[in-house]
Design a binder for this molecule. Structure first.
Ligand SMILES: Nc1ncnc2c1ncn2[C@@H]1O[C@H](COP(=O)(O)OP(=O)(O)OP(=O)(O)O)[C@@H](O)[C@H]1O
Length: 233
């Protein structure tokens, strides 16, 4: 169960945006859907602990990652959250393998044997073995997306947060990678919260859709594919 309530404001000299949302779901994949600037990415960032929250909670299977009333606010690395950023944010100077292993290493220690085995398993399962020593700039868009997904999975997260995971890909590749993402989450039993503008992403992948508008959730749809297309399309 993912149980979220968030109240936060972001502002600069000219603009202010207020987010005030709540949802709870047991869905394997839930999509955050809605127009640009509606607060979808801010929601993911706040769930990951990357953005200060004024009030609210984030609970994952009963474990509080954030509970402002109880004074709980775990740092990002303690939340058990795998994050796939909108533009992948791969480290250009690191190889594919070191990108995937990044969250498991630190300047103090080398990769432990079981972590190294997990990295190898992810490299194999996403078809990246031939390019494991290459730098991201030499990879295709789909290959970079697979590296980003493998990196998000490497720390054995309890939830995956995916910000526009297919935005940079053409439609045939989107279809292929949707299936891979679904398989990766299902095999590992990891729920995913996915931001997408694409109604086909929502229909192909998501079990539920939260419709965002102006920093609020206006609809929580638990619907079949046909119904979703009608209501979102
Ligand atoms: N630091 C900030 N200061 C002021 N406004 C901000 C700040 N960060 C985000 N915003 C604004 O908050 C709003 C919500 O941003 P968010 O990135 O969550 O939108 P989104 O729904 O993910 O949009 P998109 O689908 O285009 O990625 C936007 O209008 C954005 O400009």
């Amino acid at each position: 169960m993912i149980d979220v309530r968030l109240q936060l404001s972001v502002s600069d000299a000219r603009r202010r945006f207020d987010l005030d949302i709540a949802f709870a779901t047991d869905a394997p994949v839930v999509a955050l859907y809605g127009p640009s600037g509606a607060g979808k990415s801010l929601t993911l960032q706040a769930m990951a602990g990357l953005l200060p929250v004024q009030a609210g909670h984030v609970r994952l299977n009963g474990r509080a990652l954030l509970d402002s009333a109880a004074g709980i606010n775990l740092p990002p690395e303690a939340r058990g959250v795998g994050y796939l950023f909108q533009h992948y944010a791969l480290f250009p100077h690191l190889s594919v393998r070191d990108n995937i292993a990044f969250g498991l290493t630190s300047w103090r220690r080398r990769l432990k044997a079981d972590d190294a085995a997990r990295v190898d398993e992810l490299i194999a399962s996403f078809g990246l073995a031939a390019m494991a020593a290459s730098k991201p700039a030499t990879l295709s868009g789909g290959q970079q997306q697979r590296v980003a997904l493998a990196r998000a999975l490497a720390c054995q997260p309890q939830v995956l947060l995916l910000d526009e995971p297919f935005a940079a890909l053409h439609s045939a590749l989107r279809r292929e990678l949707r299936a891979e993402l679904k398989r990766a989450c299902t095999e590992r039993g990891i729920p995913a919260v996915m931001v997408s503008h694409d109604v086909d992403d929502v229909i192909e992948l998501a079990d539920e859709a939260l419709v965002f508008d102006g920093g609020r959730i206006t609809e929580h749809l638990r619907a079949d594919a046909h119904d979703l297309r009608e209501r979102l399309g």
